[in-house]
Design a protein around this ligand. Structure first.
Ligand SMILES: [Fe+2]
Ligand SMILES: [Fe+2]
Length: 272
């Protein structure tokens, strides 16, 4: 099983730039072309939020057009830039997305059980806020899903990471409820990774007995500045995504793939 984890697409209405600078739609289109040309191709793609920039219907329509180019299924989660209702409205034909009355309630939380690894998708969004939360109802849902298959290898995906990064501006919009979340996850060694976005940087941490990480953004990256007084800025570092490769005999191996055009590949075996 090969899974591509993408995050923070920040898609805009046609012709718009993020922060007046970033052609997010063009960068997302390039990333989708990159994923399609992989060999072997991923079996599926997971996109962990900040799917669009302002949460508007016109942006979700652009997103749908762009994601429609993927040659494999894609599973969506919202981030703090998303708007659940508009996301639901434009992607109403996607049967994996729970409707409002379903188990999990108002949240876009769901389980995908069709692959060798089980995927548990958590919704951390608090409408109108940059930070996220896993409150008791969302955590109770998670605990029930884990208890239903406690030995199946599992990936948990969500937008906000459950750890601080020492990037002050991003920690200020972190995740509430993470101690209780850690308590639940630590009871299940079957959780191989907790895969997140939001940080627009590659970061990983041993956390609650597993590995929690953030994947880079497909568009702009958060500037790495660990000074406590640093103000948040972004930088056009190479966009990237993760590829998780699962075999029963090797376990889970996670690769990082950079999007863009770079010189090479060159053979190692050349006469000097
Ligand atoms: Fe983002
Ligand atoms: Fe975010």
């Amino acid at each position: 099983m090969l899974l591509a984890h993408i995050s923070d697409l920040h898609v805009l209405a046609e012709g718009k730039l993020a922060y007046g600078v970033v052609d997010t739609n063009g960068l997302v289109a390039a990333a989708i072309a990159d994923i399609n040309q992989l060999s072997p191709q991923p079996d599926l793609v997971v996109a962990t939020g900040d799917l669009v920039h302002w949460g508007e219907v016109a942006e979700y329509e652009q997103l749908k057009m762009l994601l429609g180019r993927l040659e494999m299924p894609v599973y969506l989660l919202p981030g703090n830039h998303d708007q659940r209702q508009n996301l639901r409205r434009v992607f109403a034909d996607q049967s994996y997305l729970p409707n409002e009355g379903a188990d999990g309630g108002e949240y876009l939380q769901y389980v995908i059980d069709d692959y060798p690894m089980r995927l548990i998708m958590l919704d951390t969004v608090v409408p109108g806020e940059g930070g996220g939360e896993l409150d008791e109802s969302r955590l109770a849902w998670l605990a029930a899903q884990l208890a239903a298959a406690p030995r199946r290898p599992t990936l948990v995906f969500m937008h906000h990471p459950p750890f601080t990064t020492q990037i002050t501006s991003m920690d200020a919009i972190g995740l509430k409820g993470r101690d209780r979340f850690a308590e639940i996850i630590s009871r299940y060694p079957c959780v191989e990774r907790v895969g997140c976005g939001h940080l627009h940087r590659p970061i990983l941490k041993r956390w609650a007995g597993t590995i929690a990480y953030t994947v880079p953004s497909l568009v702009h990256q958060v500037d790495l500045d660990l000074r406590p007084e640093a103000e948040g800025q972004f930088r056009m570092e190479p966009p990237a995504y993760h590829l998780h490769l699962w075999h029963d005999d090797t376990g889970l191996i996670s690769h990082t793939q950079y999007v863009g055009s770079y010189a090479g590949p060159y053979p190692f075996a050349v006469a000097s």
